[in-house]
Each structure stands twice: as C-alpha cells, then as structure tokens.
Design a protein around this ligand. Structure first.
Ligand SMILES: [Fe+2]
Length: 379
C-alpha cells in the first residue's frame, strides 16, 4: 500500500518535471525573433498577428533592402521570406542571408506556380517553403520545425568546436590525477626513511630549474619534474636490509640495489603512459663516460632528462646525512660535480647546475640540507 502511494507520487512528480521541461523548451523557442519579409502589407499583418500570438518576437520588412537593415541591427533567428518582391528578389536575399547570417533560418513563401523555385531555394540553404495562400497552422508548424532544426545544428556545431577544448581539459585532469598518484608513491617511499625524506622532491625541483636554464620546452620540463619525483621508486623493490646496510655490500647486494632503475621503470609502466618519463627513470644512474647502469649508455645516448636528473640526484646524496657518514659540505659537493664533468656528468648539465647554484647561494635546498643535518645531529 505504502509502495503504491510512493510509485503514484513518483509518477506525478516525473510528469510534473516533464511538463516543466517541455514548457521551458517551448518558451525558449517561442522567444525567437522572426523577420517577416513580404512586399504586401496585408500578408505581413496576418503573419505578424499569428506568430506574435504564438509568443514570437516579430519584425516586418517590405523589401530586401529593408530586411538587410533589420538583420544588421537585430539578432534574428528566422526569416519568413517572400520569393517574389519588386527590386531584389527573395532568392537573391536568401543567398545574401546565407552568406552573411548563416545562423539565421530561412523559410521561403511562394505561390503554387513557383514551387520549383522554392525547391531550388532549399538547395541553397532554405529550411522549408510555404505555399500561398497560407494555412496558418502549417506556418506555425514549419516555423517550429525550422527553429528546432536550427537549434540542433547550432548545438552540434558548438559541440564540435568545443570538442578539442574538452579533450584538452580532460587530458589535463588525467595528468593532474597522475601527478597526484605519482607524488603519493614517492612520498610513500620516503616516509619510511628519515635520511632520504624530501630527496625526490628536491631532485625534481632542481632538475626543473636546470631544464629551464637549458631552455627546454615546457612539455619536457613537466616530464622531468614527474620523473624526478619517482626516479627512485624502484627502491620499493630493494630489500630493506640491503638498503640500510652500512658497509660491505656483496656483489649480489650491489647488483640488487642497481636493479632499482629497471624495477622503477617496471612499476611505473602500467601507470605512466610516457616513454620519455620511463626512460629517465631507467637511465638516471647512467654515467656520461658509459660506465654507469643499467645499460652502460654514454654521452647523448643517455636521454637528456636522465642526464639532468643525475646531477641533483648525486648532489643531494652527497649533501645528505647518512647513517654511515656525515653530510658533505656544499662547497665540496660543488667541487665533486665540477670534477665529474665529462665522466659522471654531462658537462653542459653540470655547468648549468653550478651556474644556478652560484646565482642563489642561499637556495632553499641548501638551507633544507643544512637544517636536516642539524636536526639529525641533535636527535
Ligand atoms: Fe637512484
């Protein structure tokens, strides 16, 4: 019983909503502005009264020139256009309207003897034609159909025009989600180790600064930032006892740690649909002279992004406190970077890094590094 009343109420509400929607749609269409173009005043009057009575905003013109004046000064959704007029004919005016006001629908009005011309007009873009003497109910139906067709055409065109923009917006949203997911992964990795806390963030930020210094395009810079955030994600797959071993790594253990580059690429592969980012992660421990890992690439064989990551990665490691050693001073670390030009590091990248550091001696990273060293010393 209760369910029956509920269904009844639901049906009543649905019907009410449908009535409102239909009424709203009719209102929208009926607010349209219609220009009635005919040299005979009596015909204009009849059409004006009927269409105004249906809620349309009507205007009149007795010639093609007067019609063009009205079109210039008013936004007109539909023109009801007589074919035979003194001076410029309705057919000529139709062509001008199609060329200058393509969003305006046109319905031709003609005598029974001129229907072939009316059909020609439809080939030139008229929506419909009406035969005189008018059946006013047919006029209303034809006007309603033409306005509805025009509305759908405009909506479709608007959809097509904005499709590209929508795709771009969607891509931006997906990229933003991706960045969030990647950042969360990087934080998860560093959360378990106080000594590497913030490492990925610092490598990402400094790599971006170097990429800008080298004049790289924005799209590449963004990829370098992402790669910086996740370059060590493969360490998730390194046994903790090996990761935290102070000294004396066996060959097997050393190889196991080195594997983090390939493991990182493997972990990210299903999430990151971008070969460049994956390559930066894989190759961030390659050395410029070809003695690095995992593939022993050298020089420009190493992706530029990976050559960039390598410099702040090494610098941050050198200036960070470790359980088995203190942090290197920034000055000594600079000297190490200088010394590694052409062997460990791409000379151009190392120079860019050193230039940036020289320009900002009190960089936030240096301060953070020193603060961290003080904090760890006091704990
Ligand atoms: Fe690494």
């Amino acid at each position: 019983m209760t369910i029956g009343r509920g269904e009844e109420l639901h049906e009543k509400l649905s019907a009410g909503v449908k009535r409102i929607l239909v009424a709203d749609r009719k209102m929208t269409i009926k607010k349209a502005t219609i220009l009635i173009v005919d040299d005979r005043e009596a015909i204009r009057r009849v059409l004006y009264r009927k269409l105004s009575g249906e809620g349309y905003q009507c205007q009149e013109a007795s010639s093609a020139d007067q019609a063009l004046d009205k079109l210039r000064s008013n936004l007109t959704e539909l023109v009801l256009l007589d074919i035979k007029m003194p001076g410029k004919s309705g057919v000529e005016l139709l062509l001008e309207i199609r060329a200058s006001y393509p969003d305006t629908a046109v319905i031709m009005a003609t005598a029974l003897t001129d229907t072939s011309i009316a059909i020609q007009c439809m080939k030139h873009g008229a929506y419909d034609y009406l035969i005189k003497p008018f059946n006013l109910d047919e006029v209303i139906l034809s006007v309603g159909r033409a306005l509805e067709k025009r509305r759908l055409e405009l909506e479709n065109r608007d959809y097509q025009q904005h499709l590209e923009q929508r795709v771009e917006t969607q891509a931006r949203k997906i990229r933003a989600s991706l960045i969030s997911a990647i950042t969360a992964l990087a934080y998860a990795l560093e959360a378990k180790d106080d000594y590497t806390s913030g490492h990925s963030q610092r490598v990402a930020e400094t790599s971006v600064t170097i990429a800008k210094e080298l004049g790289m395009p924005l799209s590449s810079i963004e990829k370098i930032r992402l790669a910086g955030l996740v370059h060590d994600i493969g360490k998730i797959g390194v046994r903790e006892c090996v990761l935290n071993k102070l000294v004396g790594l066996t060959d097997e253990e050393f190889y196991h740690i080195q594997r983090h580059c390939e493991v990182g690429e493997h972990i990210l592969n299903p999430i990151v649909d971008d070969e460049e980012i994956l390559n930066m992660v894989r190759h961030h421990h390659e050395r410029y002279d070809g003695t690095g890992y995992p593939d022993g690439l050298s020089g420009e064989q190493i992706p530029l992004g990976a050559r960039i990551l390598a410099v702040p990665d090494a610098y941050d490691a050198m200036t960070s406190e470790r359980p088995y050693r203190g942090a290197m001073s920034v000055e000594t670390a600079y000297a190490e970077i200088e010394r590694g030009k052409g062997t460990q590091f791409d000379p151009e990248v190392a120079d860019a890094f050193l230039r940036i550091e020289n320009r900002q001696p009190q960089s936030p990273r240096v301060i953070a590094s020193r603060t961290r060293a003080v904090r760890l010393a006091g704990s």
